[in-house]
Design a protein around this ligand. Structure first.
Ligand SMILES: Nc1ncnc2c1ncn2[C@@H]1O[C@H](COP(=O)(O)OP(=O)(O)OP(=O)(O)O)[C@@H](O)[C@H]1O
Ligand SMILES: [Mg+2]
Length: 227
C-alpha cells in the first residue's frame, strides 16, 4: 500500500475575525500538487480574505496554513515575501496591474524579480491568453477583460507551485473565459502546481477536481452542478 503524498497546501481550523465580528472560522481543507480546487460561496463570506491568507498577504485569527511542510506563521515578513515571489502566482479580483508598465513588462515582472528574465516565455504567455500584439500598451489603454488576462499571464509566467485566482474570468465573455480556463488548467497540470480558484461561475467550477463551499462556519464539499 502506498502512502499518499503530503498535500502541497494544508489549512487547519482557519478563522478570521475583525474584533467581535467573524468572517469565517473552522476552515479545513488540503490541496494536492497538480490539483485544481474551486471555492464558491456567497458574496462577502470571505473568499478573497481566505486567498489573501493563503498567500500570506493577510493575517488570520486562528488556525494554521502549511505550505509544502512550512507553517506560514513561522516565516517573518521578509521570508514570506521571498516565498511568495518564488512559489505563488496570484490573480487578484481587482487585477493590481502596474499602471506605468506596459503589458509585456507587467507580465515579465515576476521573472525579473526572480532574476530569470525570459522574453520567449513572456511572449508564450501573452499568446496563450490572446494578448499578442498588445505588448506595448499601457494598462489604461486596455479593456477590463484584457487587463484581467494580463493579470493571469503574470500570475502564471514563473510557473508558481501555488496558483491563487480570485474570479479570474469575471470580466470575460464565455468563449474567452473558456480559453483562459484552458490556460490556467493546462499550466497547472504541466507545472504540477496547485490551483485554488474562487469563482461564481458554474462553468469555471465545473472544470475543477473538487468544488468547496465556504460558509461562515467552515468549508464543505459542494455537490457538482447537475446538467
Ligand atoms: N476591516 C474590516 N472590518 C470588518 N469587516 C471587514 C473588514 N474588511 C472586510 N470585512 C468583511 O469581510 C468579509 C469578507 O470579505 P471578502 O472580500 O473576503 O468576501 P468575498 O467572499 O470575497 O466576497 P465577493 O464574492 O463579493 O468578492 C466581508 O463581509 C467584509 O464586509
Ligand atoms: Mg472577493
Amino acid at each position: 500500500m502506498s502512502t499518499p503524498a503530503a498535500p502541497l497546501l494544508q489549512v487547519q481550523g482557519l478563522a478570521r475575525r475583525y474584533g467581535d465580528s467573524r468572517v469565517f472560522e473552522g476552515v479545513d481543507f488540503a490541496v494536492a500538487r497538480g490539483e485544481f480546487v474551486a471555492i464558491v460561496g456567497e458574496s462577502g463570506v470571505g473568499k478573497s480574505t481566505l486567498l489573501n491568507c493563503l498567500a500570506g498577504l493577510d493575517t488570520w485569527s486562528d488556525g494554521r496554513i502549511v505550505h509544502a511542510g512550512t507553517d506560514l506563521a513561522t516565516l517573518d515578513e521578509t521570508a514570506r515575501a521571498l516565498w511568495r515571489r518564488a512559489q505563488v502566482g496570484f490573480v487578484f479580483q481587482a487585477f493590481h496591474v502596474l499602471p506605468h508598465l506596459d503589458v509585456a513588462q507587467n507580465v515579465a515582472l515576476p521573472l525579473m524579480l526572480l532574476g530569470r528574465p525570459d522574453p520567449d516565455r513572456v511572449q508564450a504567455m501573452l499568446g496563450a491568453v490572446g494578448l499578442q500584439g498588445l505588448e506595448a500598451r499601457l494598462p489604461r489603454e486596455l479593456s477590463g477583460g484584457q487587463l484581467q488576462r494580463v493579470a493571469i499571464a503574470r500570475a502564471l509566467v514563473h510557473r508558481p507551485g501555488l496558483l491563487l485566482a480570485d474570479e479570474p474570468t469575471g470580466n470575460l465573455d464565455p468563449a474567452t473565459a473558456a480559453r483562459v480556463m484552458d490556460v490556467l488548467v493546462e499550466q497547472t497540470r504541466a507545472a504540477g502546481s496547485a490551483l485554488v480558484l474562487v469563482t461564481h461561475s458554474e462553468a469555471a467550477a465545473a472544470r475543477a477536481d473538487r468544488v468547496l463551499r465556504l460558509t461562515a462556519s467552515g468549508m464543505a464539499l459542494a455537490p457538482p452542478a447537475v446538467g
